[in-house]
Design a protein around this ligand. Structure first.
Ligand SMILES: NC(=O)c1ccc[n+]([C@@H]2O[C@H](COP(=O)([O-])OP(=O)(O)OC[C@H]3O[C@@H](n4cnc5c(N)ncnc54)[C@H](O)[C@@H]3O)[C@@H](O)[C@H]2O)c1
Ligand SMILES: [Zn+2]
Length: 361
């Protein structure tokens, strides 16, 4: 059990193989009302929906379920409206609970619906992608996209419990798993050197979920602990939480320039980490050998380490500037100083960025 320590709404992250069967039991201890709305998508529901519902019913909950269509494309206010309709039909009350069974898309939407229905009801996160397990299900950021920008609408709403069953990763496509591994590697660099060395020592990083239950559980535990530590120190993102954006400055620019279609988020973050690592070396902040270790790990996971063809370097620089204007400040980089520690700086010369990006072409 990992505790996310917050002033008024602490909660636990439970990580254990085959724990989906204990969902109802775990929720029984939280003093929740009887009514539960399970939110998923048809594919995930087909694999795990019945199991989750059976466990909830066994524990005495009254369960309704609803499947939203799959994909980031449906992470819209329209889907939230659907959830409100279902909440109304099923007469969800202040004490009721929404359970998100899915990846980050389902988790963000269910969290947002729960944050706003009746000014806030309970939400329990049951993440089914690696990214959702180590990142989006923890920390309380919820929301949907606006036609003109990602995650523009949202709220902070912490879950009452996060239940992680590594077994569900067995059905996750390899590309999704690898993309999640980018965030895992991120935690190794920004926070947890032990996690980093453990990843270095593991072969077949993208196959872990099939072969070694102990190892994947351990890696999940370290990653979730890293996120929990950072969130506990900075719940509403006023300072420290910025370090979670390691690899995301250039990552986001590349994602948006390729229309959010070519690359998975984690793939863009992988490229962004390679770039940030090299920038740190150029600025004399980080050892060259450590960047090489980082890059070897990204490569071993099967993630890209070069910019996709056709992405123009000046376009990336322009996208960074645009982002800076939006945030009314400087372009902010999270840069490693050693494995397990980073610093945040807005003093990176544009020429250094340009030079490093040239090396990634
Ligand atoms: N709230 C936060 O702090 C936070 C942080 C990072 C990302 N996010 C958000 O998370 C979203 C991305 O999440 P994601 O990467 O989990 O993608 P996703 O939710 O779209 O899931 C990826 C795909 O995997 C499928 N899938 C999920 N679990 C499966 C399983 N166990 N077996 C087989 N298939 C499965 C889904 O149906 C989907 O097609 C983005 O919208 C992003 O903005 C939020
Ligand atoms: Zn990310």
């Amino acid at each position: 059990m990992i505790n996310v320590n917050l002033p008024s709404n602490s909660y636990e992250i439970a990580i254990a193989s085959a724990s989906l069967d204990q969902l109802g039991e775990q929720m029984s201890g939280l003093q929740l009302g009887k009514k539960v709305l399970l939110v998923s998508n048809p594919m995930i529901f087909k694999h795990y929906g019945e199991k989750a519902i059976a466990s909830l019913k066994n524990a005495g909950f009254e369960v309704a379920s609803y499947n939203l269509p799959p994909g980031e494309r449906y992470k819209t206010f329209n889907s939230i409206q659907k959830l409100y309709d279902v909440a109304l039909e099923n007469r969800l009350e202040r004490s009721s609970t929404m359970v998100a069974l899915g990846g980050g898309v389902i988790g963000d939407m269910t969290g947002f619906a729960a944050a706003t229905w009746l000014r806030g009801i309970n939400v329990v996160q049951v993440p089914t992608t690696l990214l959702a397990m180590v990142d989006s299900a923890i920390g309380g950021k919820t929301g949907v996209n606006h036609p003109h920008g990602k995650n523009l609408i949202g709220a902070f709403h912490q879950p009452r419990r996060v239940l992680i069953d590594p077994e569900v990763l067995k059905t996750l496509p390899t590309r999704e798993f690898r993309a999640g591994m980018a965030e895992v590697i991120k935690y190794g660099i920004i926070w947890d050197a032990e996690l980093f060395t453990q990843l270095e020592a593991s072969k077949h990083l993208d196959q872990l979920r099939y072969v070694k239950a102990d190892l994947i559980t351990n890696i999940l535990t370290h990653s979730c602990q890293a996120k929990a530590d950072v969130v506990a120190k900075d719940e509403k993102e006023s300072g420290l939480r910025a370090i979670l954006n390691y690899g995301h400055t250039i990552g986001h620019a590349v994602e948006s320039l390729t229309g959010y279609r070519l690359l998975k988020h984690g793939e863009a973050v992988g490229i962004g980490m390679v770039a940030a690592g090299q920038i740190a070396v150029e600025l004399g902040l980080w050892q060259k050998e450590d960047t090489e270790r980082q890059n070897a790990l990204i490569q071993k996971t099967g993630l890209p380490t070069k910019l996709p063809e056709g992405v123009d370097i000046e376009a990336i620089i322009a996208a960074l500037q645009l982002d800076k204007k939006v945030k009314s400040g400087q372009v902010r980089f999270v840069l490693p100083t050693q494995i397990g520690a980073v610093t945040v700086t807005d003093q990176v010369p544009t020429d250094t960025i340009r030079q490093v990006l040239r090396g990634l072409h």
